[in-house]
Design a protein around this ligand. Structure first.
Ligand SMILES: [Cu+2]
Length: 119
């Protein structure tokens, strides 16, 4: 009984860590106008942290290599962007973040997660 409870608590801790506290470590800085390639694979966006400059356009080229339906869309809620990602086909998304801040992006179920950091 106690073992079950401990397993349950560990699972909850894992879920909280993964879904709420997840912070990508290594990032990529985008020069204005640059196209950054983002691979969608094995449950993570690579890179998952992209740094950009406010008021300058950047392009993210998403390449989905994960067959699961979970990965089939990418959503930038604050930027009002939602795109389908066909398997193994590059989808370029143009972004013009005007205000500095952190803009999350994720799949429909928020399993894949990334951050666009605008400075
Ligand atoms: Cu998903």
């Amino acid at each position: 009984m106690i073992a079950v409870n401990i397993a349950g608590l560990l699972l909850i801790a894992f879920i909280i860590r993964w879904f709420w506290l997840y912070r990508p470590k290594a990032g990529v800085s985008a020069a204005p106008g640059q196209i950054i390639e983002v691979r969608v694979k094995d449950g993570v966006y690579d890179p998952a942290l992209i740094e950009a400059v406010a008021g300058k356009g950047i392009s993210l080229k998403f390449i989905r290599e994960d067959e699961t339906a979970c990965a089939s869309q990418v959503i930038f809620p604050e930027l009002g962007i939602q795109k389908d990602l066909p398997l193994d086909r590059a989808v370029v998304i143009r972004l013009f973040p005007e205000k500095p801040g952190e803009y999350a992006f994720h799949c429909q179920m928020s399993m894949y997660r990334g951050i666009l950091r605008v400075t």
